[in-house]
Design a protein around this ligand. Structure first.
Ligand code: GCV
Length: 611
């Protein structure tokens, strides 16, 4: 098997540590680091995740809790490696729960995975490479992630049996490894599981069901005493849930939370609940309203170990959406923000898309204290560069930084990540700029003004203007000859009323709605005059041409790095850019000709569609 890249921990070789816990590991890392080091003293004690770094006469002291010193040592080594001033002082992770969700299936495939096969499963068994598992734990700890769910939220057989004796002995081995890195396991469970184990129902209010989960959960904790908890996708995309039994989601979640409570476990309950079979004739249903409608009224009814996990966008991880209004609601309920590192709608780890600027947009609207935990859908697999695209690995790094600080810090993480991956300073500077531009470039050619969904149905890579208009999983923009988009203001579905003021009024009025979200919130005529005097239609044309030019510029910048960076990395990314530029061209031509043919209004600049 090919040796994977070191990624954002260039200072450490791959190794299986002798250390038995995080504090010992912090010391071992210092011994094994492949760089000249001053004297570094580690003072560990207690279970905490906070740390402090102080300079001493001959070097540095890193002190803190057992996991804290591990984070501290990584932070110190990062600074020393890139030869930048060490940030002294105390640091405490902002979110206590910093999760990754893998969507890995036990056959080895990964739902929405663009980085090879699963790191944990193959042929319906738990299967892993020991060195890679340690390295993965090291990556997680270096960026501060402290909980990871290995199996898909769509729990397919036999993953529903991960909580049984069939798999727990093997799962325990992974838990034992990741614990050294300060990482706890989470397990995705299937709500209907009792019905395949002797019961005729999974009704959460049926005592027999509650007893079944209690017993099963006690078994799980006998193997993995520090399991962080269960993750549940219920009543979503054809999965069973409380609604199947006429119960609400607080009743369903609390039943499971009670089974976890004696062991200190959390019940992480996803709010991605909507009607995935919306009839195209039905204009009443509005998918982005669904999460709020399903949950907001239940505030205060969830047990204290329940965390509601809410996608950043109320649709589904589109390039640009309004921030989910549910994130602002439910003040008496614990909430986790869910973002997606796996580039399902953002280029499949073929097209470059650095996410921190997107998170910045979210956090500019949704202050960090609105949520108590954070989660990302993982983007890694068994590919040589972990993430399918060497630079996509920096999304994992940036997510860890967001989870630790509560701030997206786009510039800082792009710069730091690029320096860690590329020793050559000029190359690192170029990569930093490329990262920061990349998501705007992608947005220009793939998603005009928050419209979204013009992707190939099912696959979600590449353009299809009307794919989801005619798909059974319909998600509609209802473009015709004079206008496009769904009206979500008071004159339409009134989704904007789910937001608190001042956002409610801001979004409801077409004149105050931020332009980048115009087609998310409004149905707009093509001749609508935008702030700069151009029409909506002309802006759609212009953005798409600009996106295509942007993709070519990114490619040119990458090609300019030949000879400055390792050849294999250069070639891998060069190949990706060839695909990205072709993809951008196709998006540009397809979307522009689509709107041209609907309107009959040509591009003012007479540019050629279909090169
Ligand atoms: C894991 C979208 C994706 C699905 C995913 C689902 C979810 O619908 O296309 O692949 O399923 O979101 O987040 O549960």
């Amino acid at each position: 098997m090919e040796q994977k890249i070191r990624g954002f921990i260039p200072y450490l070789p791959f190794f299986i540590p002798e250390a038995k816990n995080s504090a010992e590991l912090a010391g071992e890392i210092l011994d094994r680091a492949e760089m000249a080091l001053p004297e570094v003293k580690v003072l560990a004690g207690g279970a905490g995740e906070g740390y402090s770094i102080r300079s001493t006469a001959g070097g540095y002291t890193v002190s803190g809790g057992d996991t804290g010193v591990l984070y501290g040592v990584h932070a110190l080594l990062r600074s020393l490696y890139v030869k930048e001033p060490v940030r002294e002082g105390e640091a405490v992770p902002y979110y206590p729960l910093r999760m990754l969700n893998h969507w890995d299936n036990m056959d080895g495939s990964v739902e929405r995975g663009y980085a090879g096969l699963s790191l944990f499963f193959r042929n319906d068994r738990i299967t892993w490479n020991e060195t890679d598992m340690h390295r993965y734990g090291m990556m997680l700890s270096s960026t501060g992630i402290n909980a990871v769910c290995l199996n898909n939220v769509n729990v397919h057989f036999p993953a529903d049996r991960l909580i049984t004796e069939d798999f727990l002995p093997e799962l325990k081995k992974i838990a034992d490894i990741l614990r050294i890195y300060g990482v706890k396991l989470i397990i995705s469970i299937d709500f209907s599981m009792p019905t395949r184990n002797g019961l005729d129902t999974a009704d959460p209010l049926d005592e027999r069901v509650a007893r079944w989960w209690e017993k099963q959960t006690a078994l799980v904790y006998s193997y993995i005493p520090d399991l962080a908890g269960y993750l549940v996708k219920a009543d979503s995309e054809h999965r069973a849930g409380p609604y199947t039994y006429g119960r609400n989601h607080a009743e369903g979640a609390n039943m499971l939370a009670k089974a976890l409570k004696p062991f200190g476990g959390k019940l992480i309950w996803r709010c991605f609940v909507y009607d995935c079979g919306q009839d195209w004739r039905n204009h009443e249903i509005d998918r982005p309203k669904a999460a709020y409608d399903n949950y907001a009224w239940l505030d205060g009814q969830f047990d204290d170990n329940v965390i509601l996990q809410i996608k950043n966008g109320p649709y589904d991880f589109q390039v640009r959406e309004g921030v989910s209004p549910l994130l602002f609601a439910m003040p008496s309920t614990q909430k986790a923000l869910e973002v997606q590192l796996a580039q399902e709608y953002t280029g499949h780890q073929i097209d470059l898309f650095f996410m921190a600027p997107q998170w910045q947009d979210i956090y500019d609207v949704m202050p960090k204290d609105k949520v108590q935990a954070i989660c990302a859908v993982a983007n890694v697999g068994d590919s040589v560069n972990w993430a399918g695209h060497d630079l996509a690995l920096l999304n994992l790094y940036a997510f860890g930084s967001l989870a630790m600080t509560g701030e997206p810090r786009a510039e800082e993480t792009a710069a730091a990540g690029a320096k860690l991956m590329f020793e050559d300073r000029e190359a690192a500077e170029t990569v930093k700029d490329m990262l920061l531009r990349s998501c705007r470039v992608y947005e220009d050619y793939a998603s005009p003004f928050g419209l979204g969904w013009m992707v190939t149905p099912g696959l979600h890579y590449g353009v299809s203007c009307e794919g989801y208009e005619y798909d059974v999983w319909g998600t509609y923009h209802r473009a015709n000859f004079e206008a496009v988009g769904i009206e979500r203001g008071p004159g339409g579905t009134d989704m904007t009323s789910q937001y608190p003021e001042p956002l409610r009024s801001l979004y409801a009025d077409i004149d105050t709605c931020p332009e980048e979200l115009l087609l998310f919130f409004h149905r707009v005529r093509y001749d609508h005059v935008m702030k700069d005097g151009r029409t909506l239609l002309q802006r759609i044309y212009d953005n798409h041409f600009r996106g295509y030019e942007g993709a070519k510029e990114l490619q040119a910048r990458w090609l300019s790095l030949e000879g400055r960076i390792a050849e294999d990395v250069f070639l891998r990314i060069r190949d990706k850019f060839e695909l990205q530029v072709a993809n951008a061209r196709r998006w540009c031509d397809t979307v522009n000709t689509y709107f041209y043919r609907h309107t009959g209004i040509p591009d003012e600049q007479g540019r050629k569609i279909w090169d």
